[in-house]
Ligand binder design. Structure first.
Ligand SMILES: [Zn+2]
Length: 495
């Protein structure tokens, strides 16, 4: 619209002779033009004079020396001026009281100028610990006295760490302009840094300073990671392929140690999914944390576990329903991690078929592989004969006895109490044994039972006072585990 209205060609008409014809003759008279010009100049002068007068009022309000402006009780004329409500906080101003407003400009200038804080001026200097070095030699190099070494080293337990400096480590320090020690910084590890600082209250002029130490802790950030996999050869190989570290594979097996015999019962097609923590410091991964939830599907049976830290700060694994994963008996008396050959089911089948006549389970393992007690108990036999070779029997509660045969060496003596998982001997081929293996028997009230299928005492439930907190925590973890598993399987289908 505006563009259409604006027609430059029409403007020419204003300068046409005809236009001037309409102006009265007196208006174009030179005297009239000069007097109009004089009037405009006079007005302009008056206006500029008014501005100058306003500027001149500022120093009346400003106290330049203190860098503050004092707004005094204004005159009646400017009483209604909204400018006074500077911070939008001051309401119903009582004009009888002056309001002090810090002059920002002044203070900024001071901060940038000569009054810069000393701490910013002083920079950290470094001294690298050499071979055969100690704090005395280092202090000597940087010009500090032997007295100072004594004072710092004997300051407290924290500072005592400086007695054990290792070559290659770096000592950071600050000296003031008199060459006196202001501060020491020593990085203990990724997380901890030792600071020794001059106490603030001290008078430096006396030169008799005292120091204080503190350890600054960086917080480790925990992030949740997820991995899953299907077993095609061994738990070890499959776990590693899925992205689990050696430690995480072992930890995963340890969680299900009471439910699954990872040596004999693992089958191709078994699967696992794991939620675990990764540790980060300053955005960099520094290692793995604990497994916080896991599922293992063994021959079609699903076993789930969640980690829970109780109000006493004790962490344990539980089923999602709150039963401890720990039970009275371990499924296998040998740790899976000692079986280097991994998953080779065919190797065990001929022996398993002999179960009825044999009344025990044989674990093929190298000579010297540690054998662990399946449960807490008392050693009733630790001896040898020509059939069993070197052997150990353990009496547990509830009429249960476990027997371990053909050992190369026994590690416990008769009458001793043993804890679940404790090493009681080592795999061998003593007695009637063709190859190194552990023959393991499990008896309930004198009757041989299959330790991998026998009904065992029920696991302990989580304590009553922990139940509410546990339930919330557990369902959250299981939901997370299952949803990650779903996302993972969807993305694999999509591929
Ligand atoms: Zn046997």
């Amino acid at each position: 619209m505006i563009k259409h209205d604006y027609k430059p060609q029409n403007n020419k008409r204003f300068f046409d002779k005809g236009f001037f014809d309409h102006i009265p003759a007196w208006a174009t008279h030179p005297f009239m033009i000069i007097s109009m010009a004089l009037l405009i100049m006079a007005l302009a002068f008056l206006l500029s004079d008014e501005n100058t007068a306003e500027d001149n009022t500022v120093p009346d309000y400003a106290d330049v020396e203190t860098g503050e402006i004092t707004i005094q009780a204004p005159d009646k004329e400017i009483e209604q001026s909204p400018v006074v409500d500077v911070n939008h906080k001051i309401k119903d101003i009582d004009y009888s009281d002056p309001i002090d407003i810090p002059l920002q400009l002044e203070s900024t200038l001071i901060a940038e100028g000569e009054l810069e804080p000393l701490d910013i001026e002083r920079k950290w200097k470094t001294e690298t610990v050499k071979k055969g070095d100690n704090l005395s030699l280092i202090f000597k190099r940087i010009g500090l006295s032997a007295q100072m070494v004594h004072k710092i080293i004997n300051l407290d337990k924290n500072a005592g760490r400086l007695k054990k400096l290792k070559p290659g480590e770096i000592l950071h320090y600050q000296l003031n302009n008199k060459g006196q020690l202001e501060a020491i910084k020593y990085i203990i590890d990724l997380q901890k840094t030792l600071f020794i600082e001059k106490s603030l209250a001290d008078d430096t002029s006396i030169g008799n300073n005292s120091y204080t130490s503190r350890i600054a802790n960086k917080t480790i950030e925990y992030r949740t990671a997820y991995v899953d996999g299907v077993i095609t050869d061994s738990l070890y190989m499959s776990g590693k392929r899925a992205g689990l570290s050696d430690t995480l594979v072992v930890n995963l097996a340890n969680i299900f140690d009471w439910d699954i015999d990872f040596i004999l019962d693992i089958r191709s097609g078994d699967s696992f999914s794991v939620l675990y923590q990764e540790k980060y410091l300053d955005g960099e991964k520094i290692g793995n944390g604990d497994i916080i939830a896991a599922e293992f599907i063994n021959q079609g049976d699903s076993y789930q576990a969640v980690r829970y830290t109780d109000s006493n700060n004790v962490s344990n694994y539980y089923t999602p329903q709150g039963l401890s994963m720990r039970k009275a008996f371990l499924r296998a008396p040998i740790k899976f991690s000692y079986i280097s050959s991994g998953f080779k089911p065919r190797r065990f089948h001929p022996i398993l078929k002999r179960w009825k006549a044999h009344r025990g389970i044989d674990y093929r393992a190298n000579t010297g592989t540690p054998i662990r007690a399946a449960g807490d108990g008392k050693v009733t036999h630790s001896t040898s004969n020509k059939y069993n070779g070197k052997y150990v029997f353990i009496q547990h509660g509830q009429g249960i006895v476990t027997k371990y045969l053909h050992m190369s060496r026994r590690a416990v003596s008769r009458g001793k109490r043993v804890k679940q998982g404790q090493v009681i001997g080592y795999v061998g081929a003593t007695g009637l044994a063709e190859a190194p293996h552990l023959h393991y028997e499990f008896l309930v009230n004198g009757v041989h039972r299959n330790p991998r299928t026998v009904k065992l005492p029920k696991a302990e439930p989580i304590s009553k006072k922990e139940r509410t907190a546990f339930a919330a925590n557990s369902s959250e973890l299981i939901n997370q585990l299952m949803s990650r598993k779903q996302i993972q399987s969807n993305s694999q289908v999509a591929k």
